[in-house]
Design a protein around this ligand. Structure first.
Ligand SMILES: NC(=O)c1ccc[n+]([C@@H]2O[C@H](COP(=O)([O-])OP(=O)(O)OC[C@H]3O[C@@H](n4cnc5c(N)ncnc54)[C@H](O)[C@@H]3O)[C@@H](O)[C@H]2O)c1
Length: 380
């Protein structure tokens, strides 16, 4: 079986998640490609030391150029702060490697367009991370929508909710500062996750009215003082999409300060004849609405059935974050081989750029208190 070799630049939270998924690749049933994590780069030696336990890793380095110079590395997963995306993604491409990028795919629209164009020019395989839709629930939501059973779509709601920022005593980090995270703030952090399914279903918002909130503007700096926290904490985007010739409202929520929510991704689609709803708050549960003589919501426990790439895990067991993250990596690897065969794939560079266009229009909308049209062809 073919093995592709992986390098990781940025070994923090997501670097470790990726390494853990590569390390248990054998749970994928009859998967056509094997993977081996060969090299990891991080500036922090303490972070790097965690990777010493992984037998396939041949290089741990603080110098990413050393990783990119290795001829045996095929794919590089880059999980760095957003201000570094453009520079590092472009270097990965220039080194002749394929790229699994992290969202938001550049700190702003300009960066995202540059990365997209360079990937195209060099003919490299590039996708962007967004794992939640690989769970069986979101997969079923898409099937229900595509089946036409919902009738005429009336409205769509989708969101991604965190509450980790509710604690004002939580020290500042790069994710809470515009210079590292980007002017788009929480939209850059959570927005790609929210838009993956709508964009894949062809629901490109035509216009947006946004409500953005900076709720906590100062945090402990971790050194006994205070630091400015200037990112948007919460964003509610009221958009409009055209579906079957009808204008349909689509509400997108991205919140770092949503009471009681740890990592809640949800989507609800309602139509004239039916509806469908899924939330990771109830990871294995799918809700289907039927509108006949009586109207009723039906609850189905999905378990592991319906994973995009079958695994050894029993069908009645509940999936979680490490599972969907691994499914996303599997999708990347198999699509790179040209063997996705109609299955659900990772976010494309075009979708990532489209998300930035939506976030840009949302920033404008909030600043001017206007409804902004979204132009998917403008150069910036
Ligand atoms: N897909 C998801 O669900 C998900 C979740 C969280 C974060 N992310 C994304 O992943 C990326 C990384 O986020 P994270 O939470 O892993 O951050 P993190 O802060 O936990 O990790 C980043 C790592 O990069 C290292 N680093 C910083 N500058 C470096 C440099 N110049 N060279 C090498 N290493 C350097 C840091 O030492 C740190 O270990 C971001 O784009 C973020 O938006 C995605």
């Amino acid at each position: 079986m073919k093995t592709v070799n992986i390098g990781i630049i940025g070994g923090g939270l997501m670097g470790r998640e990726a390494a853990s998924a590569f390390g248990r690749w054998f749970v994928l049933n009859d998967f056509p490609v094997n993977v081996a994590l060969k090299a990891v780069c991080d500036l922090n030696e303490a972070v790097l030391s965690w990777y010493q336990a992984i037998p396939t890793v041949a290089l741990l380095t603080t110098n990413y150029k050393e990783l990119l110079a290795r001829e045996d590395i095929d794919i590089v997963y880059v999980a760095l702060p957003h201000n570094l995306h453009k520079e590092y993604y472009l270097e990965v491409l220039a080194a002749g490697k394929d790229l699994l990028a992290e969202k938001p795919f550049g700190i702003d629209l300009d960066a995202a367009i540059t990365i997209q164009e360079e990937a195209k020019r060099l003919g490299r395989f590039v996708r962007c991370s967004s794992e939640m839709p690989f769970l069986p629930g979101p997969q079923r939501v898409m099937q229900e929508v595509l089946s036409g059973k919902l009738g005429q779509i009336i409205e769509i709601k989708a969101g991604f909710l965190h509450s980790s920022d509710l604690d004002p005593a939580k020290p500042i980090n790069w994710k809470r500062q515009n210079k590292f995270c980007g002017e788009i703030g929480v939209m850059g952090d959570l927005g790609m996750h929210v838009l993956h399914v709508p964009l894949r279903l062809g629901w490109m918002p035509e216009m947006v009215h946004a409500q953005l909130q900076k709720i906590i503007t100062e945090r402990p700096d971790g050194k006994g003082g205070k630091a400015v926290c200037d990112t948007w904490n919460n964003a509610s985007l009221h958009t409009q999409v055209e579906i079957g010739g009808n204008r349909v409202p689509m509400t997108l929520e991205m919140k770092r300060m949503a009471a009681g929510e740890t990592n809640t991704w949800y989507i609800e689609v309602l139509g004239t004849r039916g509806g469908v709803r899924y939330s990771t708050k109830d990871t294995k549960t799918l809700w289907i609405f039927t509108c006949q003589d009586e109207q009723f919501w039906q609850r189905t426990d999905l378990g592991f059935k319906g994973m995009v790439f079958p695994t050894i895990t029993g069908g009645i067991f509940e999936p979680g974050f490490p599972d969907c993250f691994m499914q996303m990596l599997a999708a990347y690897v198999v699509e790179r081989e040209g063997a996705l065969n109609g299955r659900f794939g990772c976010v494309t560079p075009e979708e990532a750029v489209a998300s930035h266009r939506i976030f840009n229009a949302a920033l404008k909308s909030f600043t001017n208190n206007t409804v902004e049209e979204i132009n998917y062809h403008a150069q910036t």
